[in-house]
Design a protein around this ligand. Structure first.
Ligand SMILES: [Zn+2]
Ligand SMILES: [Zn+2]
Length: 282
């Protein structure tokens, strides 16, 4: 029986399940991609996912890490792989050692320290790319992209035999295309992502939307989050097809957040926006 319900939606045949409220808990999983962005309090529904992508060590994003890893062992699953900012490696190792002592067990984990620009293969054709964010020291965001081999445009129309012959002659008949599926910056102040093609062109952007009320601008600054006008600027600069907003402040109701976003965003951008916690829970 899950400890709590998660919001759910499906885009491009990929489920997105999660729970996200600023300061309380943030966990967003995409089971078909086998990734979970942040772990929150480790809800039951995400334990089976093999890759945890941790953006930073704040407790609302990271508190479930020991439970996630330990419960996988308890239920006979292989150790979870945790991609985490390199600065979090040692504290997480210490945390797991302490929990192991308390629990009287050894908590198995595959911890992968990441720095901005690092890549990690999660499936034969799927990779994680990490990028720097502006939230706390060493914090990272992640993009999951699919790599496809495509026939070179000048060869389109040639027969299979002709292409096979070219290959035999050592001609490189195809090129690699990276298709960014989902970008997850996590908590961050505004970043100009227009030069980061993977983020800018990701089909899905899962972004923080902590403070939407103008009078909360000071809080956004203090907590190193975006305030609403920066969020609006960022969303308008990017080409994402779907925008999922997470991490709303508990001070702001979903109805009010929607109203403010509707007023501030151009209509075509607002139509792409989904507030995670406004969705039906499972
Ligand atoms: Zn947070
Ligand atoms: Zn944070």
């Amino acid at each position: 029986m899950p400890s709590h319900e998660l919001a759910k939606l499906t885009l491009y045949n990929m489920d997105i399940i999660g729970y996200s409220l600023a300061g309380e808990e943030t966990v967003v999983a995409m089971p078909q991609l086998d990734v979970c962005f942040d772990i929150g309090k480790a809800p039951e529904q995400v334990i089976h996912i093999n890759h945890l992508l941790l953006t930073h060590g704040h407790i609302d994003h990271a508190s479930g890490i020991a439970y996630y890893l330990s419960h996988r062992q308890f239920s006979g699953q292989k150790p979870g792989t945790v991609l985490l900012p390199a600065v979090c490696l040692e504290p997480v190792q210490d945390l797991l050692a302490v929990w192991g002592r308390l629990d009287g067990s050894n908590i198995p984990a595959k911890l992968v320290p990441m720095r901005a620009g690092d890549e990690y293969q999660i499936k034969p054709n799927h990779f994680v790319h990490s990028f720097a964010t502006r939230h706390c020291y060493g914090s990272l965001g992640f993009v999951v992209y699919e790599q496809r081999k495509k026939l070179r445009p000048e060869l389109i129309g040639k027969s299979g035999v002709e292409i096979a012959n070219l290959k035999k002659q050592g001609v490189d008949v195809d090129y690699t295309l990276n298709i960014p599926l989902v970008a997850y910056p996590g908590d961050t102040k505004y970043i100009d992502f227009t030069k980061n093609e993977l983020v800018a062109n990701s089909k899905i952007l899962i972004a923080e939307c902590t403070f939407v009320e103008d009078e909360h601008t000071g809080r956004a600054e203090a907590g190193r989050h975006m305030y609403v006008d920066e969020l609006v600027k960022m969303l308008c600069e990017l080409n994402n097809e779907h925008i999922i907003l997470t991490h709303l402040s508990q001070r702001t109701g979903i109805g009010l957040a929607k109203k403010i976003l509707r007023e501030k965003l151009p209509r075509d951008v607002y139509e792409k926006v989904i507030i995670l916690m406004a969705l039906k829970k499972i």
